[in-house]
Design a protein. Sequence first.
Length: 252
Amino acid sequence: MMLHPSSPRLAAVLTVLLLLSGCADHYDRPSLTGALDDAQGQRQAVESRLATAAAEAIANGKADEALVHYEKLYRSDKKDPSNALNYAQLLRRAGRSDEALTVLEPFIEASRGKKKQHISPLVLNEYAAAMIEKGKFSHAQKAIDQVLADEAYANSHADATNLLGVALDAQGRHQEAETMFRMALDGWHGNPTTVMNNLALCLANQARFDAALDTLRQALVMAPDKQEIARNIQLISQLRDDVVQKPVNLKK
């Protein structure tokens, strides 16, 4: 069965992929110091070991194990934004966005209350990512705007712009989303393949399959072990074959 470029089925497939892969993740190992000869120092030593174990679990691709460690860290101090951020990210990646939002909401409320408290842009971006996965785009937009409006958060602007692109694309605003993804790439630090993947899915949503595949192939060269990129190359190639009419051979 052929799919029209504006087919709801095509858009749905690409939007799901975008939401699954669109949010960049930040894993911060807490910096824990203090004397080890008193109760506070002993507690910090335990937290330091947990943080190290969690970071090693993430590095080894053991997300479930990391989630257990970060849950313990979070429950030991729910007011620590680093613990909350890491725990919320892993909850979201495990498909538990509601729980991730519960972890982050106290920090968001504090930053918007009568006595506004400073909030990490990483927390705001993670909150936006969880809201996007829940389809609550207006709530996500408020958090993203809070990041983009503050020059002190400049290092997180590219991440926020990428998230804004994900939200716009999920709402069918593909050209605006493309602009956001390209802006994010212009300011990106580190490996850009997550944003390139998002841009490619956005281009595919506009039936610009060749441009999408070119972008994905460039990303695959940068990250040859990233399975989602190879998967999306295969998927978009198939979509292109299904959508584009093949020329009829008139030769006898």
